[in-house]
Design a protein around this ligand. Structure first.
Ligand code: BG6
Length: 480
């Protein structure tokens, strides 16, 4: 049952996994299907139990939870809930109600599951719960002693500003050792984001150019076609900047801008990312456009005069020797024209123009390296080439690498699967650090304190017209 798809892969020791928020959206779409895919890939432990948990208002029995899980896998999983693997997985599932005031049933269920498994058993708590429920859960775990010998995965957002993040970190610290804490940012579990490390540090081809002497700009562009999808109450309090930029996009920026770590271990890797965050300049509201899609104010749970942004485009700056003067343009939003996840490194033109200007060649002649990090991911190098024929005219050409054409698709792990596996194995390299998160809230503070009014945009567009001003004299690489 636990033969990994690749013999090189490490299988975690036996585990009891407690999934808080088991009836919620995240559990249904990502975590339950992800755990089942890990089971199918032979990457769950030899012996494991998965306890779904939620407060009493969401109570259900174990049978109901098993059928809920089957539906979740059928609807959102990469493989169907059938055969021996499913039967084994289903038999490992149970459901226990846990209100923060009383974790006694949960505590008994965890102890019974550990006893059942026998020997040394890892405990993993995954807090897939809304931000306002996290503090109480952490305290309850500490109070009932379940925190001992355990690991805890915390979901973003980690607070809503510096003060709340500091408070959250203090409560976590009072109940868990830092080595037990896994703050998940699922973008860091994406294959193509981890591949940035390989692209840069395993190759000689790009890294010598990866600096202010050759790079004109960096764009991290994550437009989404989806709306807020019935998450009105959550989104009103959060908005696109907190939901996507302070978390995911800044973490991606960290991987692009970091220096080479001395190793890929959690310590050196996260130190280098942290140094980037320390040199990130606080966001100047003058370099930001906040947008709101037409009709957002009619969504359930949204105020009729809401100033929450569903779109944000901004210029960030990393003030260090490698990057000073290179703009990092970040953009994301809901109800936009396309769903894409793209990093573009725009390089300067050669110093001298040797070739005459042709009619079909682009106005700006710099090369571009484009990392498309939506699964399964691809990399495109755009360069100029001579058109065939007797003249010396240039045209654009492209070299591409597609993950799906190059490797066995069966080895793909979705971001959540990858990170849950890393947490079971105790590797924190791809998880965020409390000081880094606090620093990012410091960087965010000027915009949070002084947000300009939202500008409206039509659904299906690329955001408010003012986005051209943010990026001037450069241009957004999408949608071209
Ligand atoms: C989540 C955000 O963290 O990431 C969502 O809350 C967003 O608003 C999502 O849509 C994007 O994730 P993915 O899996 O599409 O890369």
């Amino acid at each position: 049952m636990n033969t990994p798809i690749d013999p090189d892969y490490e299988v975690p020791r036996n585990h009891v996994i407690v999934l808080f928020g088991a009836t919620g959206d995240l559990a249904k779409r990502k975590i339950i299907p992800g755990l089942f895919h890990l089971a199918s890939a032979g990457l769950l432990p030899e012996r494991y139990r998965i306890i779904g948990s939620a407060p009493s208002r969401f109570a259900m029995g174990t049978d109901a939870f098993r059928s809920y899980a089957r539906d979740a896998v059928r609807q959102f999983g990469s493989n169907q809930p059938e055969g021996d693997v499913w039967e084994h997985f289903e038999a490992s599932l149970s459901f226990v109600v846990a209100d923060p005031e009383d974790f006694s049933s949960l505590s008994r269920a965890v102890t019974a599951a550990e006893h059942d498994i026998g020997g040394t058993v890892g405990r993993l708590f995954h807090l897939a719960v809304p931000p306002d429920a996290v503090l109480a859960m952490i305290e309850a775990l500490g109070a009932c002693g379940l925190h001992e010998n355990s690991r805890v995965i915390c979901e973003k957002p980690f607070g809503v500003d510096l003060a709340s993040a500091q408070n959250l970190n203090a409560v976590i610290k009072a109940n868990f050792e830092e080595t037990q804490v896994f703050r998940i940012d699922h973008f860091l579990g994406k294959e193509s984001i981890d591949n940035i490390l390989a692209l840069r540090f395993a190759n000689r081809l790009f890294e010598p150019l990866w600096n202010r002497d050759h790079v004109r700009y960096v764009q991290i562009d994550v437009p989404e076609t989806i709306s807020i999808e019935n998450r009105g109450a959550f989104y009103e309090e959060t908005g696109a900047f907190r939901d996507m930029v302070v978390t995911h996009l800044f973490q991606v920026l960290g991987f692009i801008a970091m220096e080479q770590p001395t190793s890929l271990d959690a310590g050196p890797l996260r130190d280098e990312v942290h140094k980037v965050f320390q040199t990130l300049r606080p966001i100047d509201p003058a370099n930001v456009v906040r947008g709101q899609y037409d009709g957002y104010r009619n969504e359930h749970g949204v105020a009729p005069d809401s100033q929450t942004e569903t779109f944000v485009a901004l210029r960030a700056e990393v003030e260090n020797t490698r990057w000073k003067g290179v703009p990092f343009y970040l953009r994301t939003g809901k109800c936009l024209a396309q769903s894409r996840q793209v990093i573009t490194i725009g390089f300067d033109e050669p110093v001298m123009r040797l070739f005459p200007t042709g009619t079909s060649e682009p106005k700006w002649r710099g090369n571009k390296l484009v990392v498309d990090f939506a699964d399964p991911g691809s990399i495109h190098a755009h360069f100029l080439t001579k058109e065939p024929g007797p003249h010396m005219h240039l045209d654009s050409a492209e070299m591409t690498f597609h993950y799906q054409d190059s490797f066995r698709a069966a080895n793909n792990l979705e971001a959540y699967e990858h990170l849950i596996l890393e947490a079971m194995l105790g590797s924190r390299a791809l998880f965020t650090r409390s000081d880094g998160i606090e620093r990012l809230w410091e960087v965010a503070a000027p915009l949070l304190d002084n947000p300009q009014p939202v500008q409206f945009y039509a659904k299906g567009s690329w955001g408010p017209e003012a986005i051209a001003d943010v990026i001037e004299p450069n241009e957004w690489c999408l949608p071209q």
